[in-house]
Design a protein around this ligand. Structure first.
Ligand SMILES: [Cu+2]
Length: 300
C-alpha cells in the first residue's frame, strides 16, 4: 500500500466514524456516558418529549448516583463549567526546563484574571506522565494579561497530562490537557498496591480501605527514625493529596480532614469506580516537600 492509499483509507475510516457519531446523535460525556450532553443542551431538552431517566441503563438510572460519579472525577476535559484551558504550546523539549504558559479562558473568550486564594495559591498545576510517573506539582505565576507561567521540565519522553486546578467564587474547577515530549517513550508499569513506602528516609504508610462511590477516609502516617514527624503546614493543610484513576487519569476531589494525630494526615476521598488509582501525597518537613506515590486498589 502506498502512503497515499493509506491516507485515503484513513480518511475513509474517519468519515465512517464521523457518520456513525452523527447518527448516534450525542456527544460523549466526561466519563464516556451518552446522556451527559442532554442535561446541558436546552434545545435537546425542549424538543425531546422522552423522559431521559427511562432510557438509562443501570449505571446511570439513579440520577444522584450518576451525578456523584461525574462530580467525583474531573480533569478529563480541556473545557468545563464555562472555562477552557488553553496551552501556549503543548509540545515541550524533552529533559530541558523551559517556560510553560497557559490561560484559563471564560465564556466571553477572554483570559480569566481573578482566582480565589486556596491554600495560599491561586493555581495548582499538576503535571504527570500518562503512565502515572514523573509527578510534578507547580504554582505558576499570573501575568497581568491573564497568562499563567512557570518553568517546566518534562524529564523524559512521553505524553503528559497537565491539570489546572483552581477555584473561583468558591467553586473548584479542574481542567486537563495533554503535553508532548518528543523521543522514545518506554511506559512504566503501574506499581502493585502498597501501603508502606520509604521516601528519602521517611517511612510513609497508608491506612484505610477504599470502596467505590462511598466516602473513604485515607489516613497517612509519616515517621522518621521510628518517630512520628511533626509535619509543617503545606498549602494550608498538613499535606496535599492528588488521586488519579489509572486508565484515564480522572482527577479526584479529596479534602484534608482536620482531626489527625501527630505525624498523620487524613483525607476524605470519593472514588467513583472500583479499580487501581495512584495517590500522590506531599508533605513538608525541614522546609522540604516530599512526595510519596501509592497505588491503591479501590474495591467494589
Ligand atoms: Cu498546588
Amino acid at each position: 500500500m502506498t502512503a497515499l492509499a493509506r491516507l485515503a483509507a484513513y480518511a475513509a475510516a474517519l468519515a465512517i466514524i464521523a457518520a456513525v457519531a452523527a447518527g448516534l446523535g450525542y456527544a460523549v460525556g466526561p466519563l464516556g456516558e451518552p446522556d451527559e450532553v442532554t442535561h446541558s443542551d436546552p434545545v435537546h431538552q425542549d424538543t425531546d418529549p422522552v423522559d431521559d431517566h427511562t432510557e438509562k441503563g443501570d449505571m446511570t438510572s439513579d440520577q444522584n448516583g450518576h451525578n456523584r460519579e461525574t462530580e467525583a472525577a474531573s480533569g478529563l476535559a480541556v473545557a468545563s463549567s464555562g472555562y477552557q484551558l488553553v496551552l501556549e504550546d503543548a509540545a515541550l523539549p524533552t529533559g530541558r526546563p523551559g517556560p510553560f504558559r497557559f490561560r484559563i479562558v471564560g465564556r466571553d473568550g477572554e483570559a480569566v484574571r481573578e482566582f480565589d486564594l486556596e491554600g495560599g495559591v491561586r493555581m495548582h498545576l499538576i503535571v504527570v506522565r500518562r503512565d502515572l510517573t514523573r509527578y510534578q506539582h507547580l504554582h505558576p505565576e499570573l501575568r497581568p494579561d491573564g497568562t499563567w507561567e512557570t518553568e517546566l521540565a518534562l524529564p523524559e519522553a512521553g505524553v503528559y497530562r497537565a491539570f489546572a486546578d483552581f477555584e473561583r467564587a468558591g467553586d473548584k474547577t479542574v481542567l486537563g490537557a495533554d503535553l508532548f515530549a518528543t523521543g522514545e517513550f518506554v511506559p512504566a508499569p503501574l506499581p502493585p498496591p502498597d501501603t508502606a513506602l520509604e521516601v528519602d528516609g521517611y517511612d510513609v504508610r497508608l491506612e484505610g480501605e477504599a470502596h467505590a462511590s462511598r466516602e473513604t477516609e485515607l489516613v497517612f502516617s509519616v515517621r522518621h527514625g521510628g518517630e512520628p514527624v511533626e509535619l509543617e503546614p503545606y498549602l494550608g493543610a498538613q499535606g496535599h493529596l492528588v488521586a488519579l484513576r489509572a486508565g484515564d487519569l480522572a482527577y479526584l476531589h479529596v479534602h484534608p480532614l482536620r482531626d489527625a494525630d501527630r505525624g498523620e494526615i487524613a483525607f476524605a476521598a470519593s472514588f467513583p469506580t472500583p479499580g487501581p488509582y495512584r495517590l500522590f501525597l506531599q508533605v513538608k518537613d525541614g522546609g522540604r516537600v516530599q512526595t510519596a506515590a501509592f497505588t491503591l486498589e479501590v474495591r467494589r
